[in-house]
Ligand binder design. Structure first.
Ligand code: MG
Length: 230
């Protein structure tokens, strides 16, 4: 009997209690991206700014002498199109490699109201100068066309060796060859962007008054990323 019990004990060893499974929390989406991607508040802010920009523009365009060549200088990302999908896909971890794929795939979408705003520029007789630090020119042009933001006669100025946009803005004004319409200087009736670098610096030539917020300068909100976060 003793040997039998000994044999049973040998066959059924008492195993140590396993440690509790590790709980790995899912990566979180930051509040700024949530706000841009899904909030009605963001849509309301966009509608407010776009409406103001459209009204100011109409006033200025109609006050110009006939045949005056004019344009709006606008950034693209987070000014006219939404890349919160990229932020969601990458959990806000920007890398040049994943961004290049995003650009190539053309997955940004026009913000509600941006197509109508740009259409108004064209209807008023102006042109768009899209000045962006995207690097992929063909993919960006295809995106603008697909989203209904592009019209024949507009210009797209993608990133040069420098992310500084001042030389491209100067070229638009002067009718240079770097950006804009060669041999055709234009008046710029509006600057639209989501970063300070989208607007002329204090010592930069501009046909719109400096720091003319809400008149010719319109800043769109971007709580997801920017030079302020670096
Ligand atoms: Mg931008």
């Amino acid at each position: 009997m003793f040997l039998f019990l000994l044999a049973c004990a040998a066959r059924e060893p008492v195993l140590p209690t396993p440690p509790p499974a590790l709980v790995v929390p899912p990566p979180s989406i930051d509040r700024g991206t949530q706000w841009v991607h899904g909030s009605d508040a963001h849509k309301a802010v966009l509608a407010t700014i776009y409406q103001d920009a459209a009204e100011e523009l109409a006033e200025r365009a109609q006050a110009l002498a006939p045949e005056t060549a004019w344009a709006v200088v606008s950034d693209v990302d987070e000014t006219l199109v939404d890349n919160s999908g990229y932020q969601l896909e990458t959990f806000g971890n920007f890398t040049p490699e994943t961004w290049a794929v995003w650009e190539e795939q053309g997955k940004a979408v026009a913000y509600p109201g941006s197509v109508e705003l740009v259409a108004q520029v064209h209807e008023l007789g102006g042109k768009m100068a899209f000045v962006t630090n995207r690097a992929n020119h063909p993919a960006t042009l295809a995106l603008l066309q697909a989203q209904g933001l592009w019209m024949e006669g507009d210009v797209l100025c993608t990133r040069t060796e420098s992310s500084d946009k001042s030389a491209r803005r100067a070229s638009v004004l002067e009718g240079g060859s770097l950006c804009g319409w060669p041999e055709m200087p234009v008046q710029v009736l509006g600057y639209w962007g989501d970063q300070m670098g989208d607007f002329p610096s204090a010592d930069e030539a501009s046909s719109a008054p400096a720091e003319d917020w809400g008149e010719t300068w319109f800043m769109l909100p971007n709580p997801m990323y920017g030079s302020w976060a670096e």
